[in-house]
Design a binder for this molecule. Structure first.
Ligand code: UDX
Length: 437
């Protein structure tokens, strides 16, 4: 069985590389020539632990190639995976389907034999039905083409493990043949005992947005509790730990702090709320707007804490911002809470100096107005306030004494509850964290 992967961003590149390592012949396809050239020469165009080594292995095996030609893709593949992005539209909360539609319209006219096209991108429910219609309309008459949906749940930073051994697989299909093809395409994954849920197209589409909405809800729930803690002097960190002992609640995705960002959770909950409104059932997920609101307020509250530590005015003060990526082990700055906070402080007149172990190039490109340091100590030199915004291990390991020796004032806002307050206070720091007294 030969596979094509259309779209070689975070999702597609990881999927293509992992499938080749697992033994399939894979062709990665993208309209971005630069991306294709980089991947073909063995370079992963983004930061993902473990992936560069696997790309080398896959290229050396001869099973992985890259191309910009949809005709080549159609001739090569028995199963085509669509892994293109569905970002938020510029002037709406809806997801932008341009790339998904383009993938189908570019591929379909070249298909000449019985083929399965599998959507993996996160899409509004109902998209698969529409794409199936488009496929049948555009594929040459007499070509037997089917559409299936196989949502992807990988997390950045754990993309390889999540692809090789996911928690579950979801196959949205309309025929037994499509299910057989998917089972064959994921044979090495399923052989490890990974559970598979076979369902219809719409349910498969919904599983992904329902899962992401649930995760976002958990994070905003604990951050809502942080707001209550702030009003009462209680400690949300202890509260979260105590809640987590109840197995029905669980401790995962219950880490309070600056909240969620990235290319998935924020735009997925907005697109879901928007789609539900289109379907006339907006009320059912109206709470997602509140989830979004709580999440945004955490960013504003972090800015407030920095201002408080600066004595009420940040203008002219130097703020060391540790972190730019939306989470550690990633260079992704899409909707990154860290950069949102840094940019707000800059707009208020602070001199903001940013350091991140992996996301510096991306941050510089999008926020050229900020200043960038070569390491955490360099960022903290002469700082009036240090604010930890992304919980890289490198920042957890910082010695309060060492950084205290270079900062102008020993004041820190721990936006991610990543540090041990007692250690910092013992070293003379004024330590503040969201939702902690
Ligand atoms: C998410 C989903 O986890 C994944 O299943 C889906 O396929 C894509 O979206 P990802 O965006 O890579 O993955 O990041 P994730 O690890 O989920 O973190 C999202 C954000 O939530 C980060 O900004 C993180 O800092 C924040 N977060 C996470 C919290 O603030 N608290 C938590 O307890 C957990």
């Amino acid at each position: 069985m030969r596979l094509t992967v259309i779209g070689t961003g975070y999702l597609g590149a990881t999927h293509a590389i992992c499938m080749a390592v697992m033994g399939y012949e894979v062709l990665g396809v993208d309209v971005d020539t630069m991306k294709i050239e980089k991947l073909a020469s063995g370079e992963v165009p983004f930061f993902e632990p473990g992936l560069p080594e696997l790309l080398t292995k896959a290229l050396e095996s001869g099973r992985l190639r890259f191309s910009t030609s949809f005709q080549e893709a159609a001739e090569f593949g028995d199963v085509h995976f669509i892994c293109v992005g569905t970002p938020q539209q510029k002037d709406s909360e809806a997801a932008d389907m341009t790339y998904v539609d383009a993938a189908v319209t570019s591929l379909a006219p070249h298909l000449t034999r019985r083929t399965l096209v599998v959507g993996k991108s996160t899409v509004p429910v109902g998209t698969a039905d529409r794409l199936a219609g488009l496929l049948h309309e555009l594929a040459p008459a007499g070509t037997d083409v089917e559409l299936a949906w196989n949502p992807e749940f990988l997390r950045e930073g754990f993309a390889v493990d999540d692809t090789m051994k996911p928690d579950r697989m979801v196959f949205g299909v309309t025929t037994a043949w499509a299910e057989e093809q998917l089972r064959a395409a994921f044979e090495p994954v399923l052989a490890q005992g990974v559970p598979v849920k076979v369902t219809d197209l719409k349910t498969a589409e919904l599983v992904k947005v329902a899962a992401n909405s649930f995760l976002a809800t958990k994070i905003s729930y604990i951050n809502a509790m942080a707001e209550i803690c702030e009003a009462t002097g209680a400690d949300v960190h202890d509260l979260a730990e105590a809640l987590a002992y109840d197995e029905r609640i669980g401790g995962k995705f219950l880490r309070p702090g600056l909240g969620f960002g990235g290319g998935c959770l924020p735009k997925d909950i907005r697109a879901f709320a928007h789609r539900a409104e289109e379907l006339g059932v907006g009320q059912a997920v109206g709470f997602l707007r509140e989830i979004d609101g709580i999440n945004r307020r955490r960013r504003a509250r972090t800015v407030d804490l920095v201002v408080e530590l600066c004595g009420g005015v940040v203008e002219g003060k130097k703020v060391a911002a540790l972190g730019a990526a939306f989470k550690p082990n990633s260079d992704d700055i899409r909707d990154a809470p860290a950069l949102d906070v840094a940019a707000s402080l800059h707009r208020m007149g602070a001199h903001v100096v940013v350091y991140d172990p992996a996301a510096m190039d991306n941050a510089r490109r999008v926020h050229p107005e900020l200043t960038y340091a070569v390491n955490a100590l360099d960022a903290a030199r002469d700082a009036d306030v240090v604010v930890l915004l992304t919980e890289w291990n490198e920042f957890r390991d910082i010695s309060p004494e060492v950084i205290g020796a270079v900062a102008r004032q020993t004041k820190i806002v721990d936006g991610r509850h990543a540090l041990v307050p007692a250690e910092w206070r013992a070293a003379g720091w004024e330590y503040r964290a969201l939702g902690r007294p």
